[in-house]
Design a protein around this ligand. Sequence first.
Ligand code: COA
Length: 338
Amino acid sequence: MTHYAALAGLGGFLPPRQVTNGELAATLDTSEEWITSRTGIRTRHWAGPGVATSDLAVEAGHRALKSANLPLAPGAVDAVILATTTPDHPCPATAPQVAARLGLGTVAAYDIAAVCSGFVYALATASAQIVAGQARRVLVIGAETYSTILDPADRTTSVIFGDGAGAVVLHAVPEADRPGVLLGVDLGSDGSRADLILVPAGGSRQRSTLGEPDPRDRYFTMQGTKVFAEAVTRMGESASLVLARIGWPRDSIDHLVGHQANIRILRALAGWLGLPEERAVVNVDRVGNTSAASIPLALCDAAANGTLTPGSRVLLTAFGGGLTWGAAALIWPDLNAA
Ligand code: COA
């Protein structure tokens, strides 16, 4: 019997420490006005000392399971997929520890590395496992502690990124038209532009050629202006492909949930798709760019404030390092974020 993957639970977690533009402007060559006007970001959350990505992932995962009315016990889900750019360690993956700490038993658990597109990649993978009959329920988490890889002296990245985690539960349903079913997923990449978003050291390339790295090579780097242009085009094209596949006219989209990188990117994306700006869900002002956690945190925010109502048409799209991008659509189910 054919099954489809539908959204059944949603949860998010932000570390308590808020970092305002004023705090950053006190130590960097920038200003509150520049950050707000050029990015739309007013504040972001950064994890405290000793806090790792798995700590945030466990909190968000717990909340998504609660929202899906599932226990913290073996059998609750068949797999845990964690999208992250900032794993606890280069080896092993972080997802198995998250699964163990949530008490989910010896389930399949693995990480996905697609930077800011990671959550959409993880959703697509989870959906495929369900459709293939390999899993009935999958916990999908996007979690990041970017504050651990930011160069505190780099004004071009430090003001943009935040920490956080968001999670969903996907479960198998028999009807393709059930609200919450993931529709028309698209994924893409262009590795010829890998240099635009890069952590130079810490992997086999640097270690095999250059000996011990300069400590600064362990920091995240980004060519922001080039990324901006690519982000709008790639998300627009990917979203359009999904809409064409499922036969939804662009103007039928109620809510555009784009990767929260910059409010100007979100506005440009809405314009690219011919949608009014108000249809773009925005929480980048309060969380910054949380990379793989961005889309589920935006969903949590929009579900909690009543923007996402059952039956509304929702279009998800993300773009990130790799370069990578992706999109998916769904009809919003009757769901409360925890
Ligand atoms: N404060 C003041 N000036 C800054 C700054 C800061 N925090 N950060 C960068 N600048 C400077 C740059 O050095 C550059 O100066 P230059 O022209 O003298 O070289 C100038 O501002 C560029 O600014 P702007 O013309 O506004 O460029 P922009 O419209 O591309 O905005 C970003 C810059 C980084 C905000 C924008 O490109 C962006 O958001 N990019 C994508 C960000 C992202 O999150 N990507 C992740 C994956 S999608």
